[in-house]
Design a protein around this ligand. Structure first.
Ligand SMILES: Cc1cc2nc3c(=O)[nH]c(=O)nc-3n(C[C@H](O)[C@H](O)[C@H](O)COP(=O)(O)O)c2cc1C
Length: 305
């Protein structure tokens, strides 16, 4: 069973992915956070993220987000121009700013739009497409109207996050509906949602032995060794996990220091690395890092880990 690192806008940029691949490991495939067309073009920041040379050292699938054929083709051309032959289509983003434009999970109640995008995939047989989706935008049964379209689409896999868009990332994942989808769909399926320990991964693999893979987001941000621990069957003690965190932090701090000119900017960006680690570090140590008002206090908090 494959392990994919979920795309997380603001967290899994090229520098993070590289640090993770070098020090954390255990992941088969990484994704870029979604790339979209904004005012007719793609942000330079997003272009840099797909063109960074470090990407060559890992298996990376760029993710695009759009709702119309014109944007789909523009984004696919942009990604293909950089040499990629795999593209993931985001049909799961729950942010109202996107769903109101029928992007992300905003596509799910519109089979006609989905059909038009899937038809465009056939025009690019050289590309292996995949889709990441939720159950629906407002209702957990919206996916049913897409069943035939998905089964007939040229997809290498489908990743399912079994929540609806309106839930954002809260509330229970709907395992019953995920189960129904695995029965109705005939393409390789990847499960995504709330996997935070090696036992969670083993549990889903046991429940669905035919699963193509799992995709993990916040669980890997919180515990970057999670995939490796699962792969090796060896649960790392805290001090080993901490050592990996420190190595990743060293790389990312060096990157931020080079990229950002002032300490407040460096602090702002490096803090994202710790954001999901309250449980891993303990509340007191975590708070000290997150509340450090200057570089001196920040480095002191890091040394105390
Ligand atoms: C801050 C944040 C940013 C995200 N950005 C993206 C994104 O760019 N593309 C995407 O498909 N999903 C995005 N997601 C969703 C995650 O990829 C994933 O589906 C979600 O976190 C559930 O998986 P998890 O429980 O393993 O974290 C984002 C989630 C969060 C919390």
């Amino acid at each position: 069973m494959q392990i994919h690192f979920a795309p997380l806008q603001g967290y899994t940029g090229h520098e993070y992915r590289h640090a993770h691949a070098v020090h954390g490991g255990g992941v088969d495939t990484y994704y870029t956070p979604f790339i979209r067309r904004e005012k007719g073009t793609v942000r330079q920041k997003d272009i840099r993220d797909i063109t960074d040379p470090d990407n060559k050292e890992l298996h990376l699938i760029p993710q695009i987000m759009c709702s119309c054929v014109d944007d789909f083709n523009y984004l696919a051309d942009t990604v293909q121009d950089q040499g990629y032959r795999e593209i993931d289509l985001n049909m799961g983003c729950p942010a109202p700013m996107q769903t109101k434009h029928r992007c992300g999970s905003g596509l799910l109640p519109h089979p006609d739009l989905v059909e038009a995008l899937f038809r465009q995939m056939r025009v690019r047989p050289e590309v292996r497409f995949s889709v990441k989706m939720r159950l629906g935008l407002e209702r957990d049964c919206e996916w049913r109207a897409l069943t035939d379209l998905i089964n007939e689409a040229p997809l290498q896999h489908l990743c399912i996050h079994p929540r609806i868009g309106q839930q954002m990332y809260k509330g229970e994942v709907n395992r019953a509906m995920f189960h129904e989808m695995t029965k109705a769909l005939r393409i390789p399926i990847i499960y995504n949602g709330d996997l935070v320990s090696p036992a969670d991964i083993a549990g889903i693999e046991k429940a669905y032995p035919a699963l193509h893979g799992v995709m993990i987001g916040r669980g890997l941000l919180a515990r970057p060794t999670l995939a490796l621990e699962y792969r090796t069957g060896h649960e790392m003690p805290v001090h080993e996990r901490r050592a990996v965190l420190m190595q990743m932090h060293e790389d990312l701090l060096a990157f931020c220091t080079l990229k950002y000119k002032t300490d407040p900017q460096v602090l702002l960006h490096i803090r994202a690395f710790w954001e999901f680690q309250e449980q891993e570090l303990g509340r007191k140590a975590w708070k000290k890092i997150m509340k450090a008002g200057n570089m001196k206090n920040y480095m002191q908090a890091i040394r105390e880990l």
